[in-house]
Design a protein around this ligand. Structure first.
Ligand code: ZN
Length: 227
């Protein structure tokens, strides 16, 4: 190569490197790429509100700036109206779980299920002023779950299931460390995790485990979402 062309070649090579860099950045920031890569976790708390455990969980969520979803049992609201209002005030989602959580009553018929749902929804509306839009079947639902899911969808409710558990109901007397481990194990490599936890009165270990659960999924690159 003639000496006079060297600066030109260097300039062209630099241009090429710069263009490749821009191209890579464009791909990385494109919506398709972001969608494929984004990892999300929904923390969902069933069976509350309770006085102590729900309050501790709300404290942690506030400290960590994480939003969650609470599927409540309206029979447990009396005397804890302020806790329910706090959930809403702090930006979390309140969903319908049940009025009674008594399976034999809830799943006696479609009419019984709809009455149970309506009673819980009325309580949420009366206490918080919010109309709930999400629902979770107590115990995961009955044999009629598919049909009842359509019934509830027709009434504008989104039925939310779960795909990971912390183990606070499945493992007897599990300590906080076990609950953290079980959350990680059952979440596996899923890109979207819907984690089932409980904030009812016996679940102090769940409240204790929550900071470490949040720390783990945050470090693993998950974004915390509520419904
Ligand atoms: Zn439940």
């Amino acid at each position: 190569m003639q000496k006079k062309y060297v600066p030109l070649v260097v300039f062209l090579a630099a241009l090429l490197v710069f263009a490749a860099h821009l191209g890579a950045r464009a791909v990385l920031s494109s919506p398709t790429f972001a969608l494929a890569e984004e990892k999300r976790i929904y923390l969902t708390f069933d069976d509350g509100p309770s006085t102590v455990v729900t309050a501790r969980i709300l404290d942690t969520l506030q400290e960590e700036n994480v939003k969650a979803t609470f599927f409540i049992v309206s029979a447990r609201v009396h005397g804890r109206e302020e806790t329910l209002r706090r959930i809403v005030r702090e930006g979390h989602t309140v969903g319908i779980h049940s009025a009674t959580h008594v399976y034999s009553q809830i799943y006696a018929s479609d009419e019984a299920l709809l009455a149970d749902v309506a009673e819980c929804a009325d309580c949420i509306r009366r206490v918080t002023g919010v109309t709930p839009r999400v629902y979770r079947f107590p115990g995961g639902g009955s044999a009629a779950r598919e049909r009842q899911t359509r019934l509830l969808s027709d009434r504008g409710l989104k039925v939310v299931r779960w795909n990971a558990v912390c183990g606070d109901e499945e493992i007897r007397n599990a300590d906080a460390e076990t609950l953290v481990r079980e959350s990680i194990r059952t979440a596996g490599k899923k890109n979207t995790v819907v984690l089932l936890l409980h904030d009812s009165a016996p679940h102090a270990a769940t409240a204790e485990a929550l900071p470490a659960i949040i720390a783990h999924f945050r470090a693993a690159g998950y974004v915390f979402c509520a419904y």
